[in-house]
Design a protein. Structure first.
Length: 164
């Protein structure tokens, strides 16, 4: 009876996933939270902010893309922690930088050059931070996650494949 309770409690607590090797845990986590797509989305969002600013879009259009960067970063933060402490740190650093860039951009969209410069600096730091996280995933799993932002074709459930 005690063994059944321990096994049941372990199953509820996720002990089986904790006993898997790190590559399996990280691969499963990347798949479960669409980790590669989240990284790709932040890269696209950041590029969209750059484009809106370089085309001198209206403040409302700039705020829209800036808000999307912040929202997507906050959504990604909600998927943490990853099953690897260093990966969690790497992703959190990137996601926090993206959220700050979006916030500063949004606040500066009405013409505050200081905030727009700070957002630009934060966005420039974002891509290397995301690359560090992808490199960590690859170091653990032996494979680089797909960072595609398009929906995979039916039957493609491999987060490390570009199935589009």
């Amino acid at each position: 009876m005690v063994a059944v309770l321990v096994v049941g409690a372990c199953a509820l607590a996720g002990c089986a996933s904790q006993s898997a090797n790190p590559a399996v845990r990280v691969s499963n986590w990347v798949s479960d939270v669409s980790g590669g797509a989240a990284i790709g989305t932040l890269r696209v969002d950041s590029a969209n902010v750059d484009q809106a600013l370089s085309h001198h879009e209206a403040p409302s259009a700039i705020r829209t893309v800036c808000a999307l960067l912040t929202t997507d970063a906050e959504t990604a933060i909600g998927n943490l922690p990853a099953p690897d402490d260093q990966l969690t740190t790497d992703l959190n650093n990137a996601y926090e930088k993206a959220a700050a860039a979006g916030d500063d951009c949004y606040a500066g969209a009405g013409g505050d050059a200081r905030l727009l410069r700070r957002s630009s600096t934060e966005r420039k730091a974002l891509v290397p931070l995301l690359t560090t996280a992808v490199d960590r995933i690859e170091a653990i799993t032996g494979r680089s996650p797909s960072t595609s932002t398009t929906a995979p074709t039916a039957g493609c459930d491999d987060p490390f494949a570009s199935c589009n």
